[in-house]
Design a protein around this ligand. Structure first.
Ligand SMILES: NC(=O)c1ccc[n+]([C@@H]2O[C@H](COP(=O)([O-])OP(=O)(O)OC[C@H]3O[C@@H](n4cnc5c(N)ncnc54)[C@H](OP(=O)(O)O)[C@@H]3O)[C@@H](O)[C@H]2O)c1
Length: 319
């Protein structure tokens, strides 16, 4: 196994030499695990990136790190674009703007599956003007510098009838390939379930983590029944799980499913659920990105492992 530092150095050097991403990926353990998007069968890698932390307020040093994170995401994608999950509202527009700029300047746009979100209604808000929705979507195209957006979702359940109808127009025009709906509030799961039954959406985005399993009850089985892809948000509960784990060592048996870090342990927990299409952890640290991508390689936990993982996490202090 090469170290993460070495991996960064190798990929930087190899990129300068123009080596094929497939060759770069072969330097890491195991093949990249992919899952099909149910509505088309298109395969995407199970680990992507949450883009919420790239901001117009980021410092130059933070932006340099985020740029390297995106390189790590794109390299070794093995032909199936890795999900970058952004939103019109992230970082005052900076998340879309910087990612689009770096992809164009550094030439990795084709290695990314571009996902963003629209919402002019606020959290769970109602009754917006379709023209305002279109204007925000057009701004996403400009900022991302993409002729086609792979996935655009309504953020936080804002006015589903109006905003999903506008997204559907764009899908029919061939400018957006997939559409969806997101929430990370358990109080909105009932409304989300209604949308999943009533609208022809391709994706949902929901919060799911080893210590936050509410979606296992109703939302994930419904996604399987309705043939809807699932993006997992907050797979670490942001800082919650890191506080719970503290400096505890990773159990030896994590090696039985090729988890070499706590991040991989937690990501493999969510990816082991058959309804999950991709997990989108957030990071501004290139080494953490490479660590997280390791959660998409090697074996997954068995049902017995899953029970053992839950028992271990439940024995930890509350976050
Ligand atoms: N309603 C919605 O649509 C919605 C709501 C919330 C979130 N989201 C999406 O979900 C994404 C993920 O959420 P999040 O970023 O808030 O939370 P998260 O992924 O649960 O956790 C992010 C935290 O984990 C740390 N981390 C990541 N990889 C690590 C590693 N290998 N080792 C140690 N620490 C690691 C990060 O710190 P470092 O930066 O130091 O790595 C960061 O503090 C967002 O970026 C966004 O795209 C969507």
């Amino acid at each position: 196994m090469i170290s993460r530092r070495d991996w960064l150095r190798i990929t930087a050097g190899a990129a300068a030499l123009g080596l094929h991403p497939r060759l770069l990926a072969a330097l890491q353990e195991g093949a990249v695990r992919t899952r099909p998007i149910p509505s088309t069968g298109e395969q995407i890698p199970v680990i992507g990136l949450g883009g919420r932390w790239i901001s117009n307020n980021s410092t130059a040093a933070e932006l340099a790190d985020h740029r390297e994170v995106l390189h790590a995401l794109a390299e070794g994608a093995e032909g199936a674009g890795r999900v970058f999950d952004s939103a019109a509202g992230y970082g005052g527009g900076g998340s879309e703007t910087y990612a689009g700029q770096w992809a164009e300047e550094d030439g990795f746009g084709e290695d990314i599956f571009w996902a963003t979100k629209v919402n002019v209604a606020g959290r769970g808000g109602g009754s917006v003007d379709a023209g305002d929705v279109r204007a925000q979507i057009e701004r996403s195209f400009e900022r991302l510098r993409r002729p086609i957006i792979d996935l655009d979702q309504v953020h936080n359940m804002g006015d589903p009838p109006t905003q999903l109808a506008v997204l559907q127009e764009y899908k029919e025009a061939g400018r957006i390939r997939y559409i969806g709906m997101t929430t990370t509030s358990a109080g909105q799961y009932g409304a989300l379930a209604d949308v999943m039954r009533e609208y022809p959406i391709d994706f949902i985005g929901v919060d799911y983590a080893i210590d936050n399993r509410v979606v296992e009850d109703r939302i994930l089985p419904l996604a399987q029944d309705e043939g809807i892809a699932v993006i997992v948000y907050l797979p670490f509960g942001r800082s919650r799980m890191w506080q719970r784990i503290g400096d505890r060592p990773l159990p030896d048996w994590a090696a039985e499913f090729d988890a070499h870090s706590w991040a991989q342990f937690m990501l493999k927990y969510v990816v082991a659920h058959p309804a999950v299409t991709v997990a989108a952890p957030g990071t501004g640290d290139p080494e953490h990105m490479i660590d997280d991508l390791g959660g998409g390689r090697g074996r997954l936990p068995t049902p017995d492992h899953v029970q053992r993982m839950i028992a271990l996490v439940e024995s930890l202090p509350a976050g």
